[in-house]
Design a protein around this ligand. Structure first.
Ligand code: NDP
Length: 295
């Protein structure tokens, strides 16, 4: 199948690698050098513009920071709309927002293009392994059409509901991750300050009922080792928590915990900058407590 992938960032790149193994792939990236480096290492053609990527593609996949970035690729002489044909399946793997997604979907439906939200979870490790969870929003027929393509990089591909439901699910998931991140940072730094070893605290937590993805995987791998790799930018988690807070408000759910988490993330993002990793709020907990979580 002819597939075009737009957005070769930290997670888009390993996802596109899996697509290239099974399909005739074209890639486009805003910074062209990244697309060229990809095509030098994997079987793929490089498109010069979104329009060129869309021309002749049966399926288009985007993986950009925000829904407004996806919207920004649609128009103009070099935009996706100028190249897309009716019948195209457009899979948006961006962790986007449901409202913008429904707006884009309505525009594309009028042109006979099927727009489906398909955000992913599992991090860059999961993308490399091809074991991502994919949360799909669209009709049942669109889901069935999208499934074999999403299975290139997804192990669990779930239909969540109509267009936008995938993005709502993803935003809530990431907001819960963020809640846990702050809570683990606060709890562990207090324990270490009281004289308990960080290593022992994490081990006991992980054999107890307060354990989580953050405590079981992220803290041992990245914090106790002091490696702090950048795999998912804090700016993106901040965006996700904001989407979740808006989603809760739209459902008339008060959500004080998620609202506070969104505020804390915005502050951490402002303090740590655009390139900080999403685990770095734990550094702020360390600074505030005056201790380090070392293994
Ligand atoms: P990165 O910041 O690593 O990459 C962003 C990509 O989008 C780059 O290819 C960048 O191009 C491109 N881009 C940025 N702005 C624009 C724009 N206005 N127009 C066109 N292209 C643009 O992000 P990730 O790959 O980490 O994340 C992509 C999406 O996946 C996000 O929605 C994120 O929340 C989600 N996600 C990320 C995960 C992760 O572990 N990293 C996990 C799960 C979901 P350029 O090369 O020119 O900068």
């Amino acid at each position: 199948m002819k597939i075009s992938f737009l957005g070769l960032g930290a997670i888009g790149t390993p996802m596109a690698v899996h697509v290239a193994k099974q399909h005739q792939l074209t890639v486009w990236n805003r910074t062209r050098a990244r697309a060229e480096a990809f095509a030098a290492a994997h079987p793929a053609a490089v498109a010069a513009t979104p329009r060129e990527a869309a021309a002749g593609a049966e399926v288009i996949i985007t993986c950009l920071p925000k829904s407004s970035d996806v919207e920004g690729l649609l128009d103009g002489p070099d935009g996706l709309l100028a190249g897309m044909a009716p019948g195209t399946l457009f899979l948006d793997c961006t962790s986007g927002d449901p409202d913008t997604t429904r707006k884009i979907g309505a525009r594309l439906a009028a042109l006979g293009v099927e727009f489906v939200d398909a955000p992913v979870s599992g991090g860059t490790n999961g993308a490399e392994a091809g074991t991502l969870t994919v949360m799909v929003g669209g009709t049942e027929a669109q889901f069935r059409r999208a499934l074999p393509i999403l299975e290139c990089f997804g192990r669990r591909v779930e239909h969540m509901g109509p267009l936008g439901a995938g993005h709502a699910m993803k935003a809530v998931n990431n907001a819960l991750l963020a809640v846990n991140l702050f809570a683990v940072g606060e709890g562990l730094t207090a324990l270490v300050k009281s004289g308990i070893s960080a290593q022992k605290a994490v081990e006991v937590l992980n054999a107890s009922s307060g354990r989580s993805f953050v405590s079981e995987y992220l803290v041992p791998e990245r914090v106790l080792t002091r490696l702090w790799p950048v795999t998912f930018r804090l700016a993106l988690l901040d965006k996700d928590a904001g989407i979740a807070a808006d989603f809760l408000a739209g459902q008339e759910v008060e959500g004080p915990v998620l609202r506070l988490t969104s505020e804390l993330l915005a502050k951490a993002h402002a303090a740590l900058g655009e390139d900080a990793d999403y685990l770095e709020p734990i550094r702020l907990c360390e600074e505030q407590a005056g201790v380090e979580l070392r293994g």
